[in-house]
Design a binder for this molecule. Structure first.
Ligand code: SF4
Ligand code: SF4
Length: 195
């Protein structure tokens, strides 16, 4: 754990978390009781070394090393901890803010690089699509039928009398404008440069 220097505010990290755009106005980080309810029902804690109670404690202790801790990437945002916390804290939101900080400080960029093609699909077709890097695993899990459905989706939809899933060109252009102006496209490029 990073040692705090004399005069350093141990609540600096917690205050930064609370000031973050992602933090709900009602989040009660400083009221965490360390009761462990969040851990008891957390599926990520069950199958990995990730511990939401401990993560919150480290934030309250001002331990900035938490940002480079691989375990924070095991949470998958089911919000169970959020719904059971007796203090109205949200380990889930705290985790999201820590990850964003890790990404901003570059430590977390490699963790999201496998999702680049997901971002690319918003640029190319205006909607999110499963990253191609996961195709082999999905075929292994669901069989070749999954891939056949994906390839022939538009034909299947047509036969069922459904509209095409693909957006019209003008909508894609409009979405691209939003992605450009919100710097989403810049962000994809930044991650790609670090691959
Ligand atoms: S975040 Fe909530 S559930 Fe988790 S230890 Fe703190 S008070 Fe308990
Ligand atoms: S949101 Fe994350 S920390 Fe909370 S219960 Fe789900 S996996 Fe665990």
């Amino acid at each position: 754990m990073k040692t705090l220097k004399i005069g350093e505010d141990s609540s600096k990290l917690a205050k930064e978390v609370l000031k973050d755009l992602r933090a709900s106005p009602s989040i009660e980080l400083f009221k965490c009781l360390q009761c462990g309810m969040c851990v008891s029902l957390c599926p990520a804690a069950r199958y990995s070394d990730y511990n939401p109670r401990e993560m919150v404690k480290r934030v309250l202790d001002g331990d900035e090393d938490i940002l480079s801790d691989d375990d924070i990437w095991n949470c998958f945002y089911c919000y169970t901890c959020h719904s059971v916390c007796p203090a109205n804290n949200s380990a889930c939101e705290v985790n999201q803010i820590l990850r964003q900080k890790a990404i901003n400080e570059k430590d977390g960029l490699d963790k999201i690089s496998s999702f680049l093609t997901y971002g690319d699909s918003f640029v190319e077709i205006g909607i999110g699509s499963i990253p191609s890097a996961f195709f082999d695993q999905l075929v292994e899990d669901f069989g070749e039928d999954w891939l056949n459905l994906k390839i022939n989706l538009e034909n299947v939809r047509k036969k069922l009398g459904l509209k095409p899933v693909l957006l019209p060109e003008e909508s894609i252009e409009e979405i691209n404008l939003i992605l450009k102006n919100t710097k989403f496209i810049n962000r994809l490029e930044r991650i790609r440069r670090l691959e």
